[in-house]
Design a protein around this ligand. Structure first.
Ligand code: HEC
Ligand code: HEC
Ligand code: HEC
Length: 131
């Protein structure tokens, strides 16, 4: 394990997860992966630590270099991780992105511009940031 990943593991929210029993008032994240979803862009233990960096890196590449259709994309996250019940990654506390972020008290501004619902899969390419 590298130094960087150790540093990530030492983040307070992970420590908080480890002692979650002591915070009974805050519901623990319940991560639901819809059955039949293809595997993630990286192994789950890596995704837990680095997804924020992957996303900001890709945003920079898109905005500065015009790169599109990369493996890491916010719409990609949403098309796999949107709930089949709400169609969204953050409409309720059970939805994939929100379940952890609510627990860790992370507030995203991303969805002020980006849609948070999965478009019909066949039109996924057409769905950019809504503006
Ligand atoms: C003020 C509006 C705005 C906000 C807020 C915003 N974005 Fe974006 N984002 C855009 C626009 C516009 C693009 C360019 C879309 C294009 O040209 O394809 C973009 C592109 C991206 C891309 C590359 C294209 C893709 O689909 O992957 C990523 C990744 C991304 N944003 C992630 C984020 C994340 C993560 C957040 C929150 C931390 C965020 N953005 C917040 C407007 C915004
Ligand atoms: C092709 C579908 C797909 C895409 C695209 C995808 N994921 Fe995943 N993701 C999965 C699956 C399936 C899992 C469960 C582990 C596995 O099988 O890889 C997962 C696991 C995860 C986990 C770990 C959850 C846990 O168990 O703690 C995180 C965090 C995550 N994804 C975030 C993201 C983010 C952020 C994006 C966009 C950059 C993304 N995923 C893109 C399918 C996807
Ligand atoms: C396994 C739990 C978990 C899941 C699932 C998860 N996140 Fe996160 N995310 C976190 C934690 C914890 C942080 C704060 C980490 C830190 O402070 O370094 C975070 C931070 C972020 C950030 C940076 C926010 C900021 O203000 O710096 C972005 C962007 C982000 N997540 C996007 C997503 C998206 C999009 C999804 C759903 C596709 C997702 N996350 C799913 C746990 C998760």
């Amino acid at each position: 394990m590298t130094r960087t990943s150790l540093a990530r593991l030492a983040l307070p929210w992970l420590a908080a997860l480890a002692v979650a029993g002591a915070h009974a008032e805050v519901p623990k994240p319940v991560i639901e992966i819809e059955p039949g979803t293809e595997s993630c862009v990286a192994p789950p233990e890596e995704m837990r630590r680095t997804h924020m960096d992957l996303l900001s890196h890709q945003r920079d590449r898109t905005l500065r270099l015009g790169e599109r259709g990369a493996k890491v994309s916010l719409n990609g996250c949403i098309s796999c991780h949107a709930s089949r019940t709400t169609g969204s990654v953050n409409a309720t506390r059970q939805d994939f992105c929100e379940t952890c972020h609510a627990y860790a008290a992370v507030k995203l501004d991303c969805f002020e511009c980006h849609q948070s619902k999965a478009p019909a899969r066949q039109s996924a390419d057409a769905a950019g940031a809504k503006r």
